[in-house]
Design a protein around this ligand. Sequence first.
Ligand SMILES: O=C(O)CCC(=O)C(=O)O
Ligand SMILES: [Fe+2]
Length: 341
Amino acid sequence: MVKNSKKAQKIRQSFKGNSKSGMKKSSKKQLRKKNSKKIKTIIVERKLSDEYMKEKEGEYFGKDAYDIIVNRNCDVYYFEDNKKKTLLKFRKKVIPDKLCKIGIECLKEAAKKTHDNRGAAAGVLDETKLPGYAKGNQLIGVGKFRAAAYKSAIDGKIVKNSLGNLSQSNIIGYFDKRDRNFKDSPPCRLTAFSAQQVEKWQKVIPLIQSIDKQFKKLIPKNHRIQYSQAHETDFVIKDTAFSTVTINYNWRTALHKDAGDLKEGFGNLVVLEEGKYNGGSTGFPQFKVGVDCRHGDFLAMDVHEWHCNTEIIPVSEDYTRLSLVAYLREKMVNCKGMKFS
Ligand SMILES: O=C(O)CCC(=O)C(=O)O
Ligand SMILES: [Fe+2]
């Protein structure tokens, strides 16, 4: 009988080894667990020209602009000049929940504060989105998403002040520019949040260290370069490779590349959530790939490639999408030897 023959035994064994349906429930579970940790590799290509992308700077891209919006662990690469380049690495739920909660608690209000300096990311200039002080005044040197100055309607004076649409985007940590409101402001300094809300700033540092840990693990080469440059000065967040963290509240970015950060560095994005919303995926439309980065997830991304967000669609009445981008400001190195106290 086939049942007891050696051949049948062999068949049964190979069935056990290769087929999921031949497995016991517990080993099926183990496999699922293993697979969920598995890192998917995706190879992408530049599908749209650089000229086209430049033309679209400051404009929004919907989810139909992407072939894929990933929501599981993956590494995304492309080949250029015979080299394999990393576009992004994405890891689900790697930031401890306790630190995420502290992040929301300490940073939500600060991120809500509007600023006019996010350039293309804040979208094409729109009269209704301009800062109050510029409304009703004649703008000078008007570009697609920035004006160079404005003429005061009260006294006719020209105020040189680069401005764009308001956005709920702020920075914490250190900054490598003087404060335009203070004559004697030093070239490198603490940001307003870190200088004025010391307790919250201190509480949030373990979260920033946790972001750094992921950065080091996933993109070690760039981390090494960025870390050593960051530690050339005192303007560095503890033992991390970061000088600064951008915090965005429920804000959809338009097509942009980040500026002011170290070219050899990498962008490190974490999202913290409250309530429910859909969308808000972070995408690279030139490569037609996006990422649905959610609460506690970590996304290492090449912020020097064009990126933007899909629309954020509220589900619950109140919701929070707080995104944190940790990086090193490149001019910080010019403040070698300077003390910030
Ligand atoms: O919130 C995001 O997903 C992206 C944020 C971003 O690109 C930025 O702040 O420069
Ligand atoms: Fe960005």
